[in-house]
Write a protein that binds this ligand. Structure first.
Ligand code: GAR
Length: 224
């Protein structure tokens, strides 16, 4: 696993939409909290806010149009080969999925095994997939949260790096809960990137061991 070296980690971010997690990572890098260079922000959506944010911060923004790939026999893999070419050309060491709403194939997963992270707005393995805040409310959960994990071929299945929990309140809507979770996403994603950049993450089977982690051992009880 990476890099305890003094050269900043070369990071690419893949994002499809609003890009608030991208922004949290940009902010952490600019504040010197994470020793990394964002060498490419890549999107499958031309008009995404994520690409706009990249431009605002002087970062390379790359739109890869899925349309020309649509007719090909294995269009998803073909698209990912195009992405991989960009990643390799830019000597990317860590790939971050940040609201990237496209299924990733083995082409990228294998090339970036244990070097590609995703953030997901649930306490995995509960509620993989879409509309997860609504699912957590409908299920009657008292806690929800978010997870940063390494990406494997199974959707939202890879080894868990960090999680944050938040309460679900009686009058929560999916939107209110999503906003509460998002605040935590913006904390744990940059933190996970920093741990990676510091060479402190070790994958052992399904578990990610964090060198020097100091868990406080406190229970979170909801409602208190
Ligand atoms: C975030 O809540 C992220 O966890 C979620 O999409 C949102 C993107 O927001 N990702 C997934 O649901 C992936 N399964 P952002 O574009 O503002 O970072």
């Amino acid at each position: 696993m990476p890099t305890n070296s003094t050269t900043p980690l070369r990071v690419a971010v893949l994002a499809s939409g609003r890009g608030s997690n991208l922004q949290a990572i940009i902010d952490a890098v600019e504040a010197g909290q994470v020793q990394a260079n964002i060498v490419a922000v890549i999107s499958n959506k031309k008009e995404s806010m994520a690409l706009e944010r990249a431009r605002t911060h002087g970062l390379p923004d790359v739109f890869v149009d899925p349309k020309p790939f649509a007719g090909l026999p294995d269009s998803r893999a073909a698209y990912d080969r195009a992405l991989l070419e960009i990643l390799e050309k830019n000597q990317v060491e860590l790939v971050l999925l940040a609201g990237y709403m496209k299924i990733i194939t083995a082409v990228l997963v294998d090339a970036y095994a244990n070097r590609m992270m995703n953030i997901h707005p649930s306490l995995l393995p509960s509620f993989p997939g879409l509309d997860v805040q609504k699912k957590a409310i409908d299920w009657g959960c008292k806690l929800a949260g978010c997870t940063v994990h390494f990406v494997t071929e199974g959707v939202d299945e890879g080894p868990i790096i960090l999680q944050a929990a938040v309460p679900i309140l009686d009058d929560d809507t999916p939107e209110i809960l999503a906003a509460r979770i998002l605040v935590q996403e913006h904390k744990i994603y940059p933190r996970a990137v920093r741990l990676f950049a510091e060479g402190r993450l070790r994958v052992e089977g399904r578990r990610v061991v964090i060198d020097g982690a100091k868990p406080d051992g406190q229970a979170i009880i909801s409602p208190a």
